[in-house]
Design a protein around this ligand. Structure first.
Ligand SMILES: Cc1ncc(COP(=O)(O)O)c(C=O)c1O
Length: 393
């Protein structure tokens, strides 16, 4: 019987140095790696994990983290990047060339779109946005220049959960590669490769770190040739990660399933409570009945991240919503998620979504996103209550 990932992350095959049988891995830091003779220098290939060549191309610490992230995602090969966004850029640069087109979901992580509008456009790579809730629509959009389809489940900020397997199958049927930004699922909520995607990227900055103190990204594949392509670009771009950062993520991985479950429990409890509040028009949490894409979440997932948004009623002014957010004391105003401190960000959907998406019922009002930390649920609920009272009376 295959072992649960919670067990696998702790009892992963790790060979400690002889005579020092500690399960905690060592932190190796190096730029230079010494070769004993010229023959060794000439024999070692940086692409092979059989030997070390230069700190940028891997140390025992980063190789171990790569193995564990690949196991977490259910993949075979992993490349680490210095941030989640760098991992997105790595995939784009490895797979796309001048004249190619990439398709992005309308609710894609904002900086991924900024990258497409900026650098990719400058390099002659086109992009178009597709409706992630319309599989047939994506299938119809794929053209002769389309080389890559990005997927996100759920989408950033507005949290619609797509038919992931349907979207991946539509791309595969036309011979187009798919890359999933799996930062929300984090290898815990669902088995990403089971949906038929080719590449699974994750911002390790969020759940795998869990401390709010590391930036890192990963790109996992099952296919050796695809990994080789990614690895070549990774090497040419010089995307190394630091040994101490890798160690922080390795240390946190053992508690990832527990932290994910705890934040899920508190997040669902608060999301449920918020859905009963008169100030809230809609809770955008994929595990809640009636949330956009809930049926797909139910068919795909066994858990949910402690990250969700609410639409505050359109009858309030933006200034009132700002008073609400400013009045929160435990929820601190700031980007990112999955750390110990609960966070809140009000978003102006303005140009963030296509016109047709903005007109959908679930996006009427003012969007506020919450990330659940490790505080007690009763304290978080009391904080929300007092802020509602202060802002809306
Ligand atoms: C869905 C998603 N993908 C990627 C990233 C990028 O991660 P990083 O902050 O490590 O660049 C983020 C960060 O917020 C994110 O939310």
């Amino acid at each position: 019987m295959p072992r649960d990932i919670a067990t696998e992350l702790i009892h992963h095959a790790y060979q400690p140095p002889a005579g020092f049988e500690a399960p905690q891995p060592a932190v190796h830091k190096a730029s230079t790696v010494i070769f004993n003779d010229v023959a060794a220098l000439r024999a070692r290939d940086w692409r092979e994990k059989t030997g070390y060549t230069y700190g940028l191309h891997g140390t025992p610490t980063t190789f171990l983290l790569e193995e564990r992230i690949a196991a977490l995602e259910g993949g075979r090969y992993c490349a680490l990047a210095p941030s989640g966004l760098a991992a997105v850029a790595l995939v784009d640069q490895a797979l796309l060339s001048q004249g190619d087109e990439v398709l992005l979901p309308d609710n894609v992580y904002g900086p991924s779109l900024a990258l497409a509008r900026g650098e990719l456009a400058r390099w002659g790579i086109a992009h178009r946005l597709y409706d992630p809730m319309d599989v047939a629509g994506l299938a119809a959009m794929i053209g002769p220049a389309t080389r890559l389809v990005w997927l996100e489940a759920p989408g950033s900020v507005t949290m619609e959960f797509p038919d992931l397997a349907g979207l991946a199958a539509a791309a595969r049927a036309r011979g187009v590669a798919t890359a999933l930004d799996n930062t929300w699922g984090s290898g815990i909520a669902f088995r990403a490769f089971d949906s038929g995607v080719d590449i699974v990227m994750q911002a390790l900055t969020k759940f795998p770190s869990g401390g709010g103190d590391v930036l890192m990204g990963s790109v996992v594949t099952r296919d050796a040739a695809l990994h080789e392509r990614i690895k070549l670009t990774h090497m040419r771009l010089g995307l190394g990660v630091a040994g101490n950062d890798a160690e922080l993520v390795l240390r946190s991985l053992a508690t990832l399933p527990l932290r994910y479950a705890a934040q899920d429990r508190v997040g669902r409890s608060l999301a449920q409570w918020l859905s009963t509040r008169p100030e809230v028009a809609q809770v955008l949490h994929p595990a809640l009945e009636g949330a956009p894409g809930h049926v797909h979440w139910r068919a795909t997932c066994t858990a949910a991240a402690g990250l969700f948004s609410v639409m505050l009623d359109a009858r309030y002014s933006r200034a009132q919503v700002d008073v609400f957010v400013d009045a929160l004391q435990l929820f601190r105003i700031g980007y990112s998620w999955a750390g110990p401190v609960s966070l809140v960000v009000p978003y102006d959907l303005g140009e963030m979504r296509s016109v047709s998406a903005r007109e959908r019922d679930h996006l009427r009002g003012h969007l506020v996103r919450f990330s659940i930390g490790f505080e007690a649920v009763a304290d978080l609920q009391a904080d929300l209550s007092q802020a509602f009272q202060r802002a809306f009376g």
